[in-house]
Design a protein. Sequence first.
Length: 281
Amino acid sequence: MPRRIQTEVHTSVSRLLKGDYIQQQPAWFGPVLRNLPSLPPIHSRVQRDDIHKQDKPFVSGSRNTSKKKLPNWRQDKRPANIVYPVDKIRRQFYEDFPFETLRPQSLTEGWQVGEDRYENIIHTLNGWTTLKQLTINPNPEDAIKFCMNLHNSQNMSLSLAYIHATNQFSALRAELEAQTQAAIDEASAYGALFAPTELERGYELEETFLNQRLNISSSAPNGASQEPSQGLIKLSGKDASKLIPNISMPHQAAQRVGYEQGRAYRDAQNSPVEDHLVQKA
């Protein structure tokens, strides 16, 4: 017998009797038919006072307003890249001025420890409007800081601030170079002597070494110089002509570097250079 509520049990039994599923009526079937059970009471809506409009909730409770959503498994879980505008300016600056990377920088403290010179000039009365306010010999980092200051304080775009900063940087470098050259010329006119540069010291060391080799080769016996040594190679005229040094070179040792360990340099220039034995420089 299927499950029914108490008010429909007699209807189920009557259907079973008609289908000969039950052969004998239950003892309670007759009295129940004579006294049918009453229907269950209908649910009555409780009357409540209507609330005011200002007391009503802004969002209906029947709608789901939860902000929680199912996780998106396809979403990239990697953290976002940390990007600063100053890095973009610095990268562009060294692309436009690649030789600034070759300029030597001092790693010693050039300013007071614990004091930021950029902040001091930014918080002045008129602000930091020109690169010359900081120094007459700016380095690349000064130009980059000045560009960011124009972008943040003067409300300029990054492209316009970069143009202003690089123009002032180039102007200050050109002005400093002209002043330095003028000071060198003035000192030279008064008879000042300057220490040799690194290139000049290299030329001097090279000249000393070549003079020593030339003295050793000249002191060797004549018979030994005629036999080709193991360090001599045979070059064609085109390749050998590249080894002939320029007479206008500043050091005199270049005139003695040529064929057969530097001997008879001027004769070798006038004679054919094919089939000559040339020592490696």
